[in-house]
Design a protein around this ligand. Structure first.
Ligand SMILES: *Cc1c(COP(=O)(O)O)cnc(C)c1O
Length: 483
């Protein structure tokens, strides 16, 4: 039975019903309308409901959502994984949650100490010389890193470095960030193994190259085997190497961007380091740089002077602030807690399990689905729905059908260089039984595609909202609830 049969009622309001109690007023009453011209409408016409009604309403709404706490979420490129509850406890400690960014540094030494230690840990993890915690997301980190590369070239009088090279398999944010930072994004092709084509790279590199932006492992989940050669090609041309570290859970403790020759790296703490995410944030996208780029880091940076932590604002070459205050501190507390609870060996295990889980699932699923790049993968892999498409069932249909099994579908139609792509990231935190159940569901969907394609084509059958008309939803969005 569809949940639709139990419609959610929005009109609970009854005049005079209250769901809160406030203490008696013990200060003089003021007329807000007179004192504050910005208060436009005192009568906000809020629903009048009891506490129990409002609890039930929001709990019912929350059950209509899918999250990593309610089910498997193999969304490739996003690392939707377990968010340890210990992180939440620590982030809620009053010393972290009740402080204000304008407090004097002497009164928040613990918080600054955490920021300093997190910077230092991330430097060790990435092999970089200095880290900023300011950027609020991965894409924001990309832009920050590129602005530093730009400042570096300009400081050398190198004003003609206008191009940033980006592989055709890159995450969409890479060319977008390059453009927003004022560069021209130039595409370099992948070869038949799904890796950057070195010959094509040599062809596009020239004296106008500002940087190469690379994700490693790339968005096909494959490790760039010729990474050192690429670094040499770019450095010889006078360019810098930018590392998109959103996929770091594949190499933690085994390989470091700094050792591969990279000059800048951003991390997604809301992916690799268990910050809860989805629904747009908050995230955290720290950026690490080698020492020749360090003068350009956003200011301030937390530093340590004689056992006291201070904000270093005296950085004349800095690109400036990239965010009000000091980054999304709460996410940084969670990432720090995770790093400290895991320890160096624990972080190494993260990449072992991420890679093992992905390869196990890939080898099981390649029996029923096309696998365009067949070498071992790292933390994720990309299947093609070509075989099912011949039966009239598209990747979109299979993704919708997975909802009926209680799963969030994988990323689909990305990367662009794979036809009918399905990008699966099981993550390091899932048990073998969960992987097997998902493999079973995929197998059944494959079988349905040949025996009973309508059931896949018309999916989902069990969700509150059926198949959406996505074009109309985009063209005529209904953005406001009205009685
Ligand atoms: C998620 C992701 C990004 C962008 O990060 P946001 O925090 O979503 O801005 C960039 N590159 C890769 C490879 C990613 O997976």
């Amino acid at each position: 039975m569809r949940n639709e049969d139990f419609p959610l009622i929005f009109e609970h309001s009854q005049e005079g019903r209250v769901g809160f109690s406030l203490p008696d007023l013990d200060v003089p009453e003021v007329d807000l309308n007179v004192e504050v011209p910005y208060v436009r409408n005192i009568d906000a016409n809020l629903p009048e409901v009891s506490e129990l009604q409002i609890m039930r309403h929001y709990t019912a709404l929350s059950k209509r959502n899918h999250g990593v706490d309610s089910g498997f979420y193999p969304l490739g490129s996003c690392t939707m994984k377990y968010n340890p509850k210990m992180n939440e406890d620590v982030a809620r400690m009053p010393g972290f949650s009740h402080i204000h960014p304008l407090q004097a540094p002497e009164s928040v030494q613990g918080a600054l100490g955490l920021m300093y230690d997190l910077q230092t840990s991330l430097e060790a993890i990435t092999g970089m010389d200095q880290v900023t915690l300011q950027p609020a997301a991965g894409a924001h980190g990309e832009w920050t890193g590129l602005m530093m590369i730009r400042a570096y070239h300009e400081a050398n009088g190198d004003y003609n470095r206008t191009k940033v090279i980006v592989p055709d398999s890159a995450h969409g944010t890479n060319p977008a960030s390059a453009t927003v930072a004022g560069f021209e994004a130039v595409t370099v092709k992948s070869n038949e193994k799904g890796l950057v084509d070195l010959e094509d790279l040599k062809r596009v590199v020239d004296e106008n190259t500002a940087a190469l932006m690379l994700t490693n492992p790339n968005t096909l989940g494959l490790f760039e085997e010729e990474i050192l050669d690429m670094a040499e090609i770019i450095h010889e041309a006078g360019g810098k190497l930018y590392y998109d570290g959103a996929n770091l859970n594949a190499i933690l403790g085994y390989a470091r961007p700094g050792d591969m020759g990279f000059d800048v790296v951003h991390l997604n703490l809301h992916k690799t380091f268990t910050g809860p995410h989805g629904g747009g944030g908050p995230g955290s996208g720290p950026v690490g740089v080698k020492s020749d780029l360090a003068p350009y880091l956003p200011k301030p940076i937390v530093t340590k002077v004689q056992e006291r932590y201070v904000f270093d604002d005296n950085r004349p070459d800095s690109i400036g602030r990239v965010k009000p205050y000091f980054g999304n501190f709460g996410i940084n507390v969670r990432a720090y807690t995770y790093i400290r609870t895991m320890g160096a060996n624990g972080l190494k295990q993260v990449s072992e399990y991420a890679v093992l889980n992905a390869n196990y699932m890939m080898r099981e699923l390649e029996k029923d689905f096309d696998l365009p790049f067949s070498q071992h993968c790292k933390h994720e892999f990309v299947l093609s729905g070509k075989r099912q498409k011949k039966l009239g069932v598209r990747t979109l249909d299979m993704a919708k059908r997975l909802l009926d099994f209680g799963y969030h579908p994988p990323t689909i139609y990305f990367p662009l260089n794979v036809e009918e792509a399905m990008m699966v990231e099981p993550t390091e935190t899932e048990a073998k039984e969960t992987l097997d159940e998902f493999i079973g569901a995929m197998r059944q969907i494959h079988k349905e595609a040949s025996d009973n394609p309508e059931i896949v084509q018309e999916a989902p059958h069990t969700t509150i909202v059926g198949r959406m008309d996505e074009t109309t939803a985009a063209r005529k969005p209904v953005l406001r609830y009205q009685k």
